[in-house]
Design a protein around this ligand. Structure first.
Ligand code: AMP
Length: 429
């Protein structure tokens, strides 16, 4: 009979296999501990949202909304999208559930999958996962610095070194208007040198001309007028304060006047984290964020200043591997439960639960019937003690305790097994 065709996973979407889980556990734990340390509450939002939320929030004409959204129409004709980022959904939940009535600033964190219809390549997938932080209700520059501090805290917690911060100020709507004019005047004589996307950008959102990764456009961007020269006094003062707080934290930064981020909602501070050796190419940021004081109002809520950041976990995982950070494997069992014979096999299921209830790290391989192969496995997994329940022991209500290192065995009554085990393990420490 012909073999059935194998169905592969969807392009650009990856499985996280068991062998990779210890690394992912490290990142998930690092995220959870960082969020708790800085006073963030967890918020989980659905993966699907109304398309309009992203079109309004991230902005029509942005790459994410225009080219990268996975969209669908339901049978009821609702137009939905798989979330391409967290912020818009978090803001929606903040407004919808009246979270503005809680004590502000309100700090919220999330972790989970996002979807972007991009051309899959190194560091760029169609399903990615992010660790996301948002702070609502504080315009103070100290929060911009604190959220960057939390980012560095996370990188340190998971063992990453040499992370570089790129920083810029986008000013506010008022100063950006003036800058837009200066930028358009600069680009006008160079229009023919721009790539097709940038030609469109110059009409829709000229600020994003600075963000293009194509070489010919990057060359032009390097000589473009600087946004910092056009920001108003208020924004300048805010940026200076952020730099001052970062200096106080001894966090060094690279002032990057071409850093604009690909989303419309940012104002004032924007930043990105890079691994040191990625700096030159400025290709793949590990994460980024910024202030978005106008978004809550834009999505129908009260005027609420906010700042946030997100770290992409696939890229962080790659960096962890690259830097050779030590990853602990799964917890080793201390006790391995071996069974032999039908009656013992049946009794073992319950004994396993009794051992778990006594908080012992216990492993088994109940589908194996040979004592030799079970002992081999106990040894391979590094168990200190093997508990052997054979036919005779099952009849006698007893069990054999075998110290793996020495091979010394002792029979104890089943009712005393937990006490005896703990005594033995104490001695083996
Ligand atoms: P962004 O808000 O678009 O700058 O995304 C924040 C972070 O998410 C980036 O710095 C990356 O680490 C990660 N990220 C964004 N898009 C992708 C993607 N397509 N594949 C993997 N990671 C991504």
């Amino acid at each position: 009979m012909a073999r059935r065709k194998i169905i592969s996973g969807v392009k650009g979407m990856r499985d996280i296999l068991p062998a990779q889980q210890p690394l992912w556990d490290k990142m998930r734990k690092g995220a959870e501990e960082t969020a708790a340390a800085f006073g963030f509450w967890r918020l989980d939002t659905p993966i699907l949202e109304e398309q309009d939320l992203f079109a309004r929030g991230i902005g029509l004409g942005t790459d994410i909304v225009e080219k990268e959204m996975f969209t669908l129409t339901t049978r009821g004709r609702d137009k939905l999208a798989l979330r391409p980022e967290f912020t818009a959904g978090v803001v929606r939940a903040f407004i919808q559930h009246g979270l503005f009535s809680l004590a502000q600033p309100l700090k919220l964190w999330s972790l989970g999958p996002l979807f972007r219809y991009e051309q899959p390549q190194a560091g760029r997938f169609r399903q990615l996962r992010q660790f996301n932080l948002e702070v609502f209700g504080a315009a103070d520059a100290i929060l911009d610095a604190q959220i960057i501090q939390a980012g560095f805290w996370f990188f340190k917690k998971i063992g990453l070194k040499n992370i570089i911060l790129h920083l810029n100020s986008l000013g506010c709507a008022k100063c950006r208007k003036e800058y837009r004019r200066a930028l358009l005047a600069y680009y006008r004589p160079h229009k023919n040198k721009l790539c097709a996307d940038c030609k469109k950008r110059s009409r829709q959102n000229p600020l994003r001309l600075l963000d293009c990764k194509k070489e010919q456009c990057q060359e032009l961007a390097q000589k473009a007028p600087l946004l910092v020269d056009h920001v108003c006094d208020d924004c300048k003062d805010h940026f200076k304060q952020v730099l001052d707080y970062l200096d106080g934290l001894e966090i060094s930064y690279y002032l990057d006047n071409t850093l604009v981020r690909g989303l419309d909602y940012y104002n004032k501070t924007v930043f990105e984290f890079f691994a040191a050796d990625e700096k030159e190419g400025k290709k793949n940021a590990l994460g980024g964020g910024g202030r978005y004081d106008g978004l809550v109002k834009l999505l129908g809520g009260k005027d609420t200043p906010a700042v946030g950041m997100a770290v992409g976990l696939e890229r962080v995982a790659e960096e962890i591997k690259k830097q050779g950070v030590k990853i602990n494997g799964q917890n080793q069992p201390t006790v391995f439960l071996i069974q032999l014979g039908k009656m013992a096999k049946k009794r073992s299921l319950l004994l396993f639960e009794e051992l778990l209830r006594a908080r012992l790290a216990v492993a088994e391989s109940f589908s194996r019937d040979s004592i030799k192969s079970q002992l081999k496995l106990a040894d391979k997994q590094g168990a200190k003690i093997a508990l052997i329940l054979g036919q005779q022991e099952a009849l006698d209500d007893s069990v054999i305790i075998r110290v793996m290192e020495t091979g010394v065995q002792e029979i104890v009554p089943l009712v005393k097994v937990i006490k005896e085990l703990k005594k033995k393990l104490q001695k083996l420490k």
